[in-house]
Write a protein that binds this ligand. Structure first.
Ligand code: PMP
Length: 399
């Protein structure tokens, strides 16, 4: 018998599995709404001009590629923490914030999870119901028991705020609460600022550990507005974890650009915490890669490139909004009786469309249009050329 004889075949990742199925579909009219990627109006992943300029400048420098420090590029980390907490954050001024370059938002969550496991090994981790699939898997693999708090209300296509608050209140002290700071994946349903304030107060009063995941900053209402949840927590003077992803906002998916930010209680705590998180990084992958980090750092620290990036982000955000609006209009036009305006209230790349699993299956089988079985569609995969076909097909299965 070999070492691997008893190894079982792991289940396929539901979304990557959908991509494989899509690629094998011979229909020329097929559309993939299952992915979590921003496409431009031509159906292409954009290379942002700000990114391109930073990249050209970097190549011309012909820079050597030594190892980065374990925690990554200093300018990158400073830029990343200012994006979430604000340039004038008193916490940053007090030396209570540390940021580590990470391998995407996923890498930031993983380093944070491993460190929390060391601090509070028996903590429960609470994620929204539903959440990004990898939240549960990642925290379970880090050794935690993962539970859900109520979030989505299928009847209103909105937030079950009362359920969420009660769910959070019922968690044991020192549970980790993973919160989508903006543009909730997969539902697109976000909290209002007032609701965030209440959540932050409950998290503080119940002595929970907030882990704010911000993977779509800039895709909701803009870079500053989308950080308001994080800043509310900061205003309550709480210690917390923040995982940032730049995969979408810089359209740099394959470069693995993200950051883990930790707010501690004091400057002295910060240096001890940093030393421990560096050990976590050192024993996982030693130090982060140079290319993507240098590009992001250049854009974040150069006022002209930053302004250009901000403008390009606004362009992506506005295009998604337009697609939401047109989708709602066309669904009505093609005969859907139910009020679908909730699609316009949702934020970010995704929409819980309201389609049921059998409707999603019909959409695939009859029309070659691929969505996640939960009804999640990527609005950023719609464009002026495919939206009419998609809306017509969706209306046909939803009627
Ligand atoms: N958190 C959430 C909520 C996400 O949707 C994603 C990306 N799909 C991530 C984290 C991870 O991002 P990255 O690709 O940068 O690892």
């Amino acid at each position: 018998s070999t070492l691997f004889q008893a190894v079982e075949l792991a289940p396929r990742d539901p979304i990557l599995g959908l991509n494989e199925q899509f690629n094998a579909d011979p229909r020329s009219t097929k559309v993939n709404l299952g992915v979590g990627v921003y496409y431009d109006d031509n159906g292409k992943i954009p290379l942002l001009a700000a990114v391109h300029q930073a990249e050209v400048a970097r190549v011309q420098l012909a820079a050597a590629r030594g190892y980065l420090p374990i925690e990554g590029i200093a300018g990158y980390n400073k830029g990343a923490q200012e994006l979430v907490l604000g340039k004038n954050s008193p916490l940053i001024g007090a030396g209570r914030v540390l940021t580590m370059q990470a391998l995407g938002g996923t890498g930031a969550l993983k380093i944070g999870a491993d460190f929390i496991k060391q601090l509070v090994p028996d903590a429960k981790v609470a994620i929204s119901d539903p959440s990004w699939e990898n939240h549960r898997a990642l925290f379970e693999r880090a050794g935690f028991e993962v539970v859900n708090y109520p979030y989505y209300d299928a009847v209103t296509h909105g937030l079950n705020f009362k359920g969420m608050i009660e769910g959070l209140r019922s968690l044991p002290q020192k549970s980790v609460v993973v919160l989508h700071a903006c543009c909730h994946n997969p539902t697109g349903v976000d909290l209002t600022v007032d609701q965030w304030r209440e959540v932050a107060q409950v998290v503080k009063a119940s002595n929970l550990i907030p882990f704010l995941d911000i993977a779509y900053q800039g895709f909701g209402d803009g870079l500053e507005a989308d950080a308001s949840a994080v800043r509310l927590f900061a205003d309550l003077d709480m210690t917390m974890f923040i995982s940032s992803s730049f995969s979408k906002s810089f359209s740099l998916y394959g470069e693995r650009v993200g950051a883990l930010t930790i707010v501690t209680g004091s400057q002295d705590e910060s240096s001890r915490v940093l030393s421990q998180v560096k050990r976590v990084i050192r024993t996982n992958y030693s130090n982060p890669p140079t290319h993507g980090g240098t590009i992001v750092s250049t854009v974040l620290n150069n006022p002209e490139l930053f302004a250009l990036w901000d403008k390009e982000l606004a362009g992506m955000r506005d295009r998604i909004r337009l697609m939401r609006k047109q989708l709602v209009e066309k669904l009505t036009q093609y005969g859907v009786k139910e009020d679908c305006s909730y699609v316009m209230k949702q934020r970010g790349m995704f929409s819980f469309s309201g389609m049921t699993a059998p409707q999603v299956e019909r959409l695939r089988a009859e029309h070659g249009i691929y969505a996640v079985s939960t009804g999640r569609i990527c609005v950023a995969a719609l464009n002026s050329k495919n939206i009419d076909t998609v809306a017509k097909a969706m209306a046909e299965v939803m009627k």
